[in-house]
Each structure stands twice: as structure tokens, then as C-alpha cells.
Design a protein around this ligand. Structure first.
Ligand SMILES: Cc1cc2nc3c(=O)[nH]c(=O)nc-3n(C[C@H](O)[C@H](O)[C@H](O)COP(=O)(O)O)c2cc1C
Length: 203
């Protein structure tokens, strides 16, 4: 039995999802999994990104379908757009027709983490929207559930993103809010619990 190969694949325009991705990576490391981070390719022109006040992209490599196929499991970081996933995320998956036809992703495992401007902005609907892509590829969704983070998920005294669907953060409408210590903790627990869950499967 070998250690599963895990890719953390994210799209992040303003850096919030990237911070959660790095916390997820730290959580996986706690259970002995050295996950690789990848960005979903940008589809918007520079001119539009400038108008949207998007900072320069980080140096993490971009993902392509063939590279993703070499991994056993994925943690997918998705910022909410109108209560669903962004076009960049969809554009990546729309390029995976070969894997759909050949079953290249079938039986692999995935978890999700999200970011939205605020409460009610669509963290859970974004996760639910992503389910269809996972189902069509035969990718097995691994939720966070309550067990690994029960005290955090049941505590309503502090505003925080995330749910039993996976970790999450609130960025505020102008992007000014950064992931809180609690949200980073939840993302770390998410990475750790995802790693623990997939290590139960023989690779
Ligand atoms: C076009 C657009 C649509 C958005 N739609 C939503 C939305 O429906 N609900 C919400 O809470 N936030 C919405 N947001 C805010 C983003 O979710 C937020 O910028 C993102 O989560 C920040 O993550 P990032 O820094 O990793 O890009 C939207 C942002 C943009 C640019």
C-alpha cells in the first residue's frame, strides 16, 4: 500500500482560496501526505483582470487534465460566482472530455473548499453545483462531515465560512476580509481529515 498522490487544485482571483489551499496542504502533511498545489488556468484577459483589481497570479503551476489524471485524489478550491463555480473552473472541466470518455478520473476522490463574499452568498450552493461534474466523471466526493471539526462547525458565536461540505472563508464584498484563524484551522482540519479518509482506501 502506497501513500495516495494528492493534488490541491484551486482558482483564486484575490488570494483567499489560495490561503485556504495552503492550509489544506498543511493539514494533509500532518497525515504524511505531501500534496502538490496547482492553479486553474485564467481565462480572462489582463485588461479585464486589471479592471477587477486582481493582483498578479502566484507562482503555483497551472493544472492541465493529463497532469490531474496522474493523481489519486484532489482537493478543489472554488470561489463563488453568483452562487456557483466560476467560469475559469468550468473551463478547466470542459477541457476534460478525454478523461470523461476514457474514465480517466473514475473512482478517484475529491473534496471541496470554497470562498464567498459573505453569509448567504452561496457556499453550499457552490459545492452542490460542483457535484454534477464529480458525478459525471465518477469522482467520489468526500465531505468534511461534522466529526473532524464538531466544536468549530457547531459554534455560532463567531462568523466563519465552511460547513460539513468542506472548509470555507468569507472575503467580504470588497475582498478586504482575510481568512480568519478559525477558517484556517478548519481548512487544516479539512486537509487532515481528507487525508485520513483516503488513506483508508488501498492505493
Ligand atoms: C463576478 C463575481 C461574482 C461573485 N458572486 C458572488 C456570489 O454570488 N456570492 C458571494 O458571496 N460572493 C460572490 N463573489 C465574491 C467572490 O466569491 C470572492 O471575490 C471570492 O470568494 C474571493 O476568493 P479569492 O480571493 O480566492 O478569489 C463574486 C465575485 C465576482 C467577481
Amino acid at each position: 500500500m502506497s501513500t495516495p498522490k494528492v493534488a490541491i487544485v484551486f482558482y483564486s482571483m484575490y488570494g483567499h482560496i489560495q490561503k485556504l489551499a495552503e492550509a489544506e496542504q498543511a493539514g494533509l502533511k500532518k497525515v504524511g501526505i505531501n500534496a502538490d498545489l496547482f492553479q486553474v488556468p485564467e481565462t480572462l484577459p489582463e485588461e479585464v483582470l486589471t479592471k477587477m483589481h486582481a493582483p498578479p497570479k502566484s507562482t503555483y503551476p497551472t493544472i492541465d487534465p493529463a497532469t490531474l489524471e496522474t493523481y489519486d485524489a484532489f482537493l478543489l478550491g472554488i470561489p463563488t460566482r453568483y452562487g456557483s463555480f466560476p467560469a475559469q473552473w468550468k473551463a478547466f472541466w470542459d477541457a476534460t472530455g478525454k478523461q470523461w470518455a476514457t474514465g480517466g478520473f473514475w473512482g478517484k476522490y475529491a473534496g471541496l473548499f470554497v470562498s464567498s463574499a459573505g453569509l448567504g452568498g452561496g457556499q453550499e450552493s457552490t459545492s452542490i453545483a460542483a457535484m454534477s461534474t464529480l458525478a459525471h466523471h465518477g469522482i467520489i466526493y468526500v465531505p468534511l462531515g461534522y466529526k473532524p471539526a464538531f466544536p468549530i462547525l457547531t459554534n455560532v458565536s463567531e462568523v466563519r465560512g465552511g460547513s460539513p461540505w468542506g472548509a470555507g472563508t468569507f472575503a467580504a464584498s470588497d475582498g478586504s476580509r482575510q481568512p480568519s484563524a478559525l477558517e484556517i484551522e478548519l481548512a487544516t482540519i479539512h486537509g487532515e481529515s481528507f487525508g485520513t479518509a483516503i488513506k483508508k482506501v488501498a492505493f
